[in-house]
Design a protein around this ligand. Structure first.
Ligand SMILES: [Fe+2]
Length: 600
């Protein structure tokens, strides 16, 4: 059986995920194709095309063979359906080729009436079907007969991503994000694939995600990019009046809830309204801390207000997440924890839960943001709607994008006319360059799902050289103060970190052991933490070999690893993207699926 999941309605972080016979075989994010980070307002048309191409090439599966499509929101639960429907309609009709496809053979009047009838019937999923048909038509494939689209409630989709890939039979699952249909934080007890909602916090009262976004906006960043940067900025700040004020909006003492946020003292209830209304309490809170936006240049000197606001929102997030974990542990009585939702990308809050030892094991779905809900929705539909059984087991890698064959890469390299040397899997020379201070782009295989580069679309440098912190941030057009993370041999994790566990996805921080600042200064953040990727040989053999080779030369089984993209761009996807970014960026060399190209 085959299920294809994607995001609907059109929001941000769109992706397409494919489950074949209970196994996640493909996932790709729309941003990698449109080249706009987070793909705001961009329906996942390109990613769906790539999914169909992959299925055809790999398994001979045609679009007509797909049993069901799963989407990550349930319009029935949305309190403001019309606005979302109109948004989606406009997003899709804004695409010229889709518009031509939809209008074909229709008069203006008949297409207008068709739209009106969707609205009257409340048929808010109808455009999903149009989009699928359009993509199939565009690929020159047979246009499908019946298209089965199954909506999955948003937080259930997050929860399913966390549960099915955790390897746990029974688990506490926490889903924490900006907003779903009407809720923003949910505690689940899952037993053998049965999801029970233990408590749910309505968006208006529980959204750590929206609060974090609004405070990030005050600090000077947009909603989607801000929180990740602000987490890195927070350790430069300290406890201040901003923290005290922010904490005054939180209630931690109501036994019915792990926490809630209130601007007027009222207790949680579902509030109906549009996105703007959901955002309103959080904008009010942020404004009460600091009216307007902090006047500073994030690329210049640090600003006291900016860093203390960052400290405040990070501290309250850690506190709320810890309370949530404690409350959940007490109410579910399950000793394994699985996490998803955009707030689960907060690697520092995850670290606080890790070190609390409240749970005996913890899994965070790597694409914790909405790019992962397509995976969860598809998995949920596979089991609960189609009656299949997902293959259980802990997810250890997310190299799920399209494949680029060695021949294809060779042609791209030859056409580039760069002076390239073929070294295959023998990456000693790459390690040698890194140890000599080169900043090297590293490209191989299928792209990673989720926001972190994990050894297939990476930029690597020597973490022992303190200057690499600024050099690499400069090359990538990032603010000088933003932390950089390491990838290390899993067997060496205890040498560098206190109480580490294997963690492949860079969304769980650990504290460095004493003395490590001198050893790996470029990846040692100012609060003595890092969010590392541990690497085992079977997870990514060539990547492992690179770090091993670096260890043979330097004695340190750890390298600096940041995502391979230029400023403001998503991860490179194709070999062409890779060489283009290499040509334009200040990188010294690139390893591209067996080929080594140097600029100096
Ligand atoms: Fe979400």
């Amino acid at each position: 059986m085959i299920v294809v999941g994607f995001n609907w309605p059109v929001e941000h972080d769109h992706s397409v995920a494919v489950i074949v016979d209970g196994e996640l075989v493909f996932a790709s994010e729309e941003e990698r194709w449109t080249r706009h980070k987070h793909s705001p307002g961009e329906p996942p048309i390109n990613a769906l095309k790539q999914a169909f191409k992959y299925l055809e090439n790999k398994y001979g599966i045609k679009p007509k063979d797909v049993d069901a499509y799963a989407v990550n929101f349930d319009p029935k639960l949305m309190p403001h359906k019309l606005g979302w429907f109109l948004n989606d309609t406009l997003d899709l009709l804004g695409i010229r080729r889709f518009r031509a496809y939809w209008y074909e053979g229709k008069s203006i009047i008949s297409s207008g009436l068709e739209l009106l009838s969707y609205i009257i019937r409340g048929d808010y999923l109808s455009f999903v079907e149009h989009m699928i048909r359009f993509v199939v038509h565009d690929l020159g494939e047979e246009v499908l007969g019946e298209v089965r689209v199954v909506p999955v409630p948003h937080h259930l989709a997050h929860a399913a991503s966390a549960y099915y890939f955790s390897g746990f039979t029974n688990a506490t699952v926490l889903t924490v994000d900006g907003y779903g249909e009407y809720e923003s934080t949910v505690v689940w007890r899952v037993k053998n694939g049965e999801f029970e909602k233990v408590t749910s916090l309505p968006t208006y009262y529980g959204s750590i995600g929206l609060l974090y976004e609004e405070v990030s906006w005050t600090i000077g960043y947009d909603h989607l990019e801000g929180p990740g940067k602000v987490m890195g900025l927070a350790p430069y700040g300290q406890r201040s009046k901003y923290y005290e004020k922010l904490r005054s909006y939180f209630r931690f003492d109501d036994g019915d809830y792990p926490y809630y946020i209130t601007v007027d003292g009222s207790r949680p209830r579902v509030v109906k309204g549009g996105d703007a209304v959901y955002r309103r309490p959080y904008r009010l809170i942020a404004d009460s801390l600091f009216p307007g936006r902090v006047p500073w240049d994030p690329r210049g000197d640090l600003n006291r207000d900016a860093v203390d606001l960052a400290w405040a929102v990070q501290a309250i997030t850690e506190e709320a997440m810890l309370r949530l974990a404690e409350w959940a542990r007490g109410h579910t009585n399950e000793q394994n924890l699985a996490l998803a939702g955009g707030v689960a990308l907060n690697a520092k809050a995850n670290m606080v839960i890790h070190y609390s030892k409240l749970f005996s094991d913890m899994f965070i779905f790597p694409a914790a943001n909405d790019a992962g809900t397509t995976v969860g929705a598809a998995a949920y539909v596979y089991e609960h709607v189609l009656g299949g059984r997902m293959r259980r087991g802990r997810l250890r890698t997310v190299y799920l994008g399209p494949e680029y064959g060695d021949d294809e890469v060779r042609k791209v390299v030859e056409r580039s006319r760069f002076n390239a040397e073929y070294i295959g899997d023998d990456v000693n020379e790459v390690a040698d360059l890194v140890a000599k201070g080169y900043v090297v782009a590293w490209y191989q295989g299928r792209a990673e799902l989720g926001p972190r580069a994990l050894g297939n679309r990476s930029i690597v440098a020597d973490p022992r050289r303190a200057d690499m912190w600024r050099v690499v941030n400069n090359i990538k057009g990032r603010e000088w103060w933003r932390p950089l993370a390491p990838s290390l041999l899993v067997e060496d994790a205890s040498k560098y970190f206190i109480d580490p566990v294997p963690h492949q996805f860079m969304i769980l921080m650990f504290r460095f052991r004493e003395g490590m600042k001198e050893v790996v200064p470029a990846v040692y953040h100012v609060d003595g933490t890092a969010r590392p990727q541990t690497v085992a040989k079977d997870e990514n053999p060539t990547w492992y070999e690179l770090i091993k080779a670096f260890k043979d030369i330097t004695g340190e089984g750890i390298i600096l690893n940041t995502s391979f993209n230029l400023a403001g761009e998503p991860l490179v996807e194709t070999p062409q993207d890779a060489l283009k970014s290499f040509a334009l960026g200040g990188l010294d060399a690139i390893y591209i699926q067996g080929w080594l190209i140097r600029k100096r």
